[in-house]
Design a binder for this molecule. Structure first.
Ligand SMILES: CC(C)(COP(=O)(O)OP(=O)(O)OC[C@H]1O[C@@H](n2cnc3c(N)ncnc32)[C@H](O)[C@@H]1OP(=O)(O)O)[C@@H](O)C(=O)NCCC(=O)NCCS
Length: 160
């Protein structure tokens, strides 16, 4: 599975994939106030802001998953439901780890919503370890929204 840079023409498709996946997974896990702030437009705006750091699996115009990097953080990883369990997520996270390592990151981290058990299991089987529960400000149009999350970390090597 090849992972490529996002194409500007597919921002709307990616934003829909992210919006739908986020709401399906997070609706029962985070405060209602945050759910109200996560509008379709908000995902589009955040993707546009992150654009050079968005990496995608699937054909241009028909993405099936993506990740976003922010410094030493794997800040988003979403795969469309029909591709769950297919190995697409493994290809994306392995590409993300290689890219982070190439950028000199020794220990990468990510935030996972508390109770997102499928994602947690996926990270653990991919070699990431739970380092604890921390407050991580979620970006919103109303400013940072403090949210308790599981923090996962992984030591990287250039051959990861
Ligand atoms: C998180 C995500 C990228 C993982 O990709 P995936 O293709 O679903 O991952 P896999 O199927 O390879 O692995 C999931 C594992 O969780 C297990 N699992 C499934 N449901 C589970 C649950 N409710 N509780 C615990 N484990 C669960 C699966 O059996 C599998 O483990 P196994 O391979 O040992 O059997 C994908 O599910 C996704 O995009 N989810 C929605 C968005 C999301 O939550 N992103 C992460 C934000 S932090």
């Amino acid at each position: 599975m090849q992972v490529r840079s996002a194409d500007a023409a597919e921002i709307d498709r990616l934003a829909r994939l992210w919006h739908d996946g986020w709401h399906q997974t997070h609706a029962s896990l985070v405060p209602q106030e945050l759910i109200r702030l996560r509008t379709p437009e908000s995902f589009c705006e955040r993707l546009q802001a992150a654009f050079p750091n968005v990496h995608v699996a699937g054909p241009i115009g028909a993405p099936i998953g993506f990740y976003v990097l922010e410094g030493d953080e794997l800040s988003q990883l979403f795969v469309s439901p029909e591709a769950h369990g297919s190995g697409v997520a493994a290809a994306l996270i392995s590409d993300a780890e290689a890219r982070l390592a190439e950028h000199g990151v020794e220990t990468a981290w990510l935030a996972c919503a508390i109770g997102n058990d499928r994602a947690a299991r996926f990270y653990e089987k991919s070699g990431w370890r739970l380092s604890g529960t921390v407050v991580n400000p979620a970006e919103t149009s109303s400013g940072p929204f403090p949210l308790e999350v599981w923090r996962y970390e992984k030591r990287l090597t250039l051959s990861t």
